[in-house]
Design a protein around this ligand. Structure first.
Ligand SMILES: C[S@@+](CC[C@H](N)C(=O)[O-])C[C@H]1O[C@@H](n2cnc3c(N)ncnc32)[C@H](O)[C@@H]1O
Length: 322
């Protein structure tokens, strides 16, 4: 349930991909080009389904890939969270109809059996119960229908970076830092004028907590500077002392509660992400389920970017004709 909420909040901010500000438009590079041959193979009147679609990044790439192809078709994006196309995407005229369905799970899809030509997912499928979703994919696919996934690799740059952030925010020192903010808010008392600042500087208790805050910041930055920046904790602490210094105590405490919530949500999100990723062993187990689900593997590869860094796995399979 948590998961549903945090993704809904994320998609309501209007992002197109799950890479947030780092990728303001839609996917580029390998994560776009890998799909082009699959999309180019779609026939007139096709029905495609995209799982864990978010705000429809892949459906929009399908539409873009088929501009000028003179074929009609439908792409239904499915997500457990509350999702929607941006107004701009909604307004585009196209022969490719895109529908996004919120609050729908890949384990139980709202489609009749043998109705889908192409089943896709980019960084979505792996968050679900993969065995149930695989069975369901096989049910909705037509004979010869395609099953194509891009999914998280446990050793990708994305996962490695996020693993480091999680390691940092799970340190007791990260919690202690937030506790110290709360203590200093009380110890400082009302702060309204430069005289108060002078008073605080003379106060041994305030100085003691301030020294502890500095020690904790130093510890965290030395532990992993990049992760310390990426998790935003340092930015929140700076904001507390800069914008927040003259706030009433209640407002300071509210801000500290906000920081705690942000850190807890981040922990949850990153734990889900790491659990969703596939190493070779998990992948072997997954592919081992294909035969009984009437799927044949066509292609499996590690996707890398221009700098040769791992981005994820790519897998393509096809439903067997009985
Ligand atoms: C990382 S986002 C990927 C979104 C999009 N495909 C992209 O590449 O930007 C993962 C999405 O999977 C969705 N999701 C997680 N479990 C799901 C399930 N069982 N069924 C459908 N969607 C699910 C989440 O709500 C979230 O929106």
């Amino acid at each position: 349930m948590y998961m549903n909420n945090h993704w809904s909040e994320y998609w309501q901010q209007g992002h197109t991909t799950s890479f947030g500000e780092a990728l303001s438009g839609n996917y580029e590079g390998v994560l776009k080009s890998i799909w082009q041959p699959t999309f180019a193979g779609l026939q007139d009147g096709f029905m495609a389904v995209d799982i864990g679609t978010g705000n429809g990044s892949l459906p929009l790439l399908i539409r873009e890939a088929l501009i000028g192809a003179n074929i009609k078709g439908e792409v239904v994006g499915v997500d457990l969270a509350e999702v929607k196309l941006t107004d701009k995407a909604q307004a585009q005229q196209s022969d490719i109809v895109i529908k996004l369905l919120s609050n729908e799970a890949s384990e139980s899809l709202p489609f009749a059996s043998a109705t889908v030509d192409l089943y896709t997912s980019q960084f979505g499928f792996e968050y679900s119960n993969i065995n149930l979703s695989l069975k369901e994919a096989s049910r909705v696919l037509k004979d010869n229908g395609h099953f194509c996934l891009v999914f998280h690799h446990s050793n990708s740059m994305i996962i490695n970076r996020n693993r480091k952030i999680l390691r940092l925010i799970e340190l007791p020192q990260a919690d202690e830092l937030v506790t110290c903010l709360s203590e200093i808010a009380v110890a400082m008392g009302k702060v309204t004028s430069p005289d108060d600042i002078a008073r605080i500087k003379q106060d041994p208790n305030c100085e003691k907590i301030r020294a502890e805050i500095n020690r904790l910041i130093k510890y965290l930055v030395l532990f992993d500077e990049k992760a310390a920046q990426d998790c935003q904790l340092m930015m929140f602490v700076a904001q507390f002392f800069k914008d927040g210094l003259f706030w009433p105590i209640e407002k300071k405490q509210q801000f500290i509660e906000f920081i705690k919530l942000q850190m807890d949500t981040l922990k949850l999100r990153l734990t889900e992400l790491l659990n969703a990723s596939f190493d070779e062993l998990k992948l072997a187990g997954f592919i081992g389920e294909f035969t009984q689900n009437l799927l044949s593997l066509n292609e499996l590869k590690v996707l890398k970017n221009e700098q040769n860094e791992v981005l994820g796995w790519y897998l393509s399979a096809q439903k067997n004709i009985l």
